[in-house]
Design a protein around this ligand. Sequence first.
Ligand code: SAM
Length: 286
Amino acid sequence: MAASAKILDAEKPVPTEDWTIVMPRRGKKTRNFNKILIPGQQREEKPWTPIDFETDPLRESKLMQKMQICIQKLENSEFFHSFLHQMQNPDMLAMFLNVLGPETKMVMVMYGIGSIESFEPPRLQLSLAVLMKRNFDWVGEIEVFDPIISLTECKVLTSLGCRVLSINEQGRREALKPTLFFMPHCEADLYDNLLQVNWGVDKLNRIVLFGNSFEAYEHHVSVFNNSDLVDSRKHILAVRRFTKEFIVSTFSDDFFRAFHGSSWHFFGLNPETDLQTLDDKNYIIA
Ligand SMILES: C[S@@+](CC[C@H](N)C(=O)[O-])C[C@H]1O[C@@H](n2cnc3c(N)ncnc32)[C@H](O)[C@@H]1O
């Protein structure tokens, strides 16, 4: 995968030379849902457009209003204050600075946000990303992708300062520069794709990953001990021994659905680390 995919400009929802837009047949609602992934099979990266080409200013402004309310609710919450406090604690701050190195900005790539129009957890997750950018000057541009987002959602994301990608990278963004991957509640195969394409010391060391707890994945596999499960998560399991994980605490019911089971992950690897070897539990990395 190239370092970054094309950006969808929501102001111009028209075909460009790189896009083939297939209009849905009248009355038949088709979406850009991904095919079911058979373990071991890789999904292709492909150009993407939202399926609904028409957007309505009223719908957009209602969604924008919902987002503003959500941002405000989160900003005034105890959960957010504790989240900021955690990000600023010396241990974690040192990790962020380590990933940044000599750079001043870390791009944020947000995969799997879900529908901000239909559900509150995605709105809260997006609000958290927006507030992180407002609070930390080292948080750079926010790039967003989820195959299910609508054109209305693309427009609102753009108004909030995000860029919507026009290629489904299948989570395979190479970290050629410091990158914060914000992937709340994504499926395991998306985290695994990300780790696989970045399977090298330099690239892993340029990544900060917010997403489902890798410790919980390891625990789950140890309980169920199923080979398909291991196979679809082998990079997650193999990277565990190099991972410093900080659990995000969701003590309030209001924010539980949006953030439960989430952690920050950092991979501080030594330059000599040999990633091609087996790890202690024999999770083989090809
Ligand atoms: C379990 S849902 C989580 C949605 C939301 N973050 C939440 O917590 O409610 C996983 C999301 O990942 C999205 N997804 C699937 N494949 C993806 C891909 N290749 N790139 C980005 N997002 C993807 C799905 O469309 C879905 O919205």
